[in-house]
Design a protein around this ligand. Structure first.
Ligand SMILES: [Zn+2]
Length: 63
């Protein structure tokens, strides 16, 4: 639980801890609904998908 909370406030991949990621497009209506709040990302290292909150995204980073 603590780990889950911690992941909300870090830009690390929750699966492998990598900080390398790229933004990806929405894949379903659920993601579309939360797009205003959360950005779906894909880990560059392990390839798994996770979400970043909008306020975690570096300003000016290409989508
Ligand atoms: Zn990863």
């Amino acid at each position: 639980m603590l780990r889950a909370v911690k992941s909300l406030f870090s830009t690390h991949c929750p699966h492998c801890g990598s900080i390398e990621y790229r933004s990806v497009g929405v894949r379903n209506v659920l993601e579309q609904a939360f797009l205003w709040l959360m950005q779906p990302c894909r880990c560059d290292f392990c390839g798994r998908h996770y979400f970043l909150f909008r306020w975690q995204l570096p300003i000016g980073r290409p989508a």
